[in-house]
Design a protein around this ligand. Structure first.
Ligand code: ZN
Length: 343
């Protein structure tokens, strides 16, 4: 197996003190990959900025111009209440999207079997016309658009298991039957979208699959969600490429949400997607970092994905198990199965 890793110290210039989405996140990941002996085993891909045409396949020219102008200010600016833009952020957002595009290229060309991209700023909340939720450009949607245009793909699956709904990814791809977007997320929680009834529009109807889950769902519930919904939906769609929006903020010890996944539980999710890629699309899968704000969880979780991609059976969970009871997900899953005709 050969696996590519995309990350870069340049992303660290997009940062803000006392903000959860800061440079410490990738620093922790890089340190963990080094300490676990993974850096040298992964094929390092240097990210290059994405070109304008590829960005405009996901975002309006008006928004991109606004983002560039805001980033040209001499000091840090806010977009909404929670999303900061530094003088470096516009270029780094293009570098982040370009990093995911480069990972897709490497996998589609067969240079590597699979890839993981630890890039910042994250992307899945960025809509066609608006940055929000710490996200500026939608890295994974841009990469999906690129894979359609440059590699002629007609069926891409995006699985988003960040604890928040990827409203931006959904918006960008809502009318597109050539991308099946599947999201698991805590509900209620920011940004408030992602209801079961949001299934796509026009010819894209049925190709958005939302799985809102009550607070407290952990390893057992997420396994059930993947076994009963995520994997069957992917098998039915027969993707040519799988892209994954990874967020470690559904971990029980994450400060921003209330789910109860453990690192072992996260590992099982990643490995089930890896197995699905092997079964459905010659192993072509790219994991893309979104959220996750407990640095110990984030860094070990990312290293665990690296080990899974490389074919190691080991998984490390120094953070340990959750202690709360899990709510049942039976009712919501049966509603979703019915709506998406998955039974
Ligand atoms: Zn999140």
């Amino acid at each position: 197996m050969s696996s590519a890793s995309v990350t870069d110290t340049r992303f660290d210039a997009h940062t803000m003190a006392n903000h959860p989405e800061n440079a410490g996140r990738l620093q922790a990941i890089r340190r963990r990959l080094d300490e676990d002996g993974l850096t040298g085993r992964l094929v390092s891909l240097e990210p290059r900025p994405v070109d304008d045409d590829t960005v405009f396949a996901a975002h309006t020219q008006r928004y991109v111009a606004q983002l560039r102008r805001t980033s040209e200010l001499s000091s840090v600016a806010m977009m909404g209440l929670d999303t900061y833009i530094t003088p470096q952020s516009y270029e780094l957002a293009r570098l982040a999207a370009g990093g995911v595009v480069g990972a897709v290229d490497a996998v589609m060309r067969g240079d590597v079997d699979n890839a993981l991209a630890a890039v910042r700023p994250p992307g899945h909340h960025a809509t066609p016309s608006q940055g929000m939720g710490f996200c500026l450009l939608n890295n994974i949607a841009i990469a999906a658009r690129y894979a359609q245009r440059e590699h002629g793909l007609e069926r891409i699956v995006i699985v988003d298991y960040d604890v928040h709904h990827g409203n931006g990814t959904q918006d960008i791809l809502y009318g597109d039957p050539a991308v099946l977007y599947i999201s698991t997320h805590q509900s209620p929680l920011y940004p408030g979208t992602g209801g079961i009834g949001e299934t796509g529009q026009g010819v894209g109807t049925g190709y958005t699959l939302n799985i809102p889950l009550p607070p407290g769902v952990g390893d057992a519930g997420y396994s059930q969600v993947f076994d009963e919904i995520v994997l069957p939906a992917m098998q039915r769609y027969t993707p040519e490429l799988i892209l994954v929006s990874v967020g470690f903020d559904a971990h029980w010890n994450d400060p921003l949400a209330n789910m109860q996944l453990t690192l072992n539980g996260y590992d099982r999710l990643a490995r089930s997607l890896l197995a699905a890629a092997g079964e459905l699309c010659e192993g072509r899968i790219v994991f893309v970092l979104e959220g996750g704000y407990n640095l110990q969880v984030l860094s070990h979780g990312w290293a665990n994905i690296g080990r899974a991609l490389l074919g190691d059976s080991s998984v490390l969970d120094p953070v340990g198990p959750a202690t709360g009871r899990e709510p049942s997900v039976d009712t919501v899953l049966s509603q979703i199965r019915q709506l998406h005709k998955l039974s």
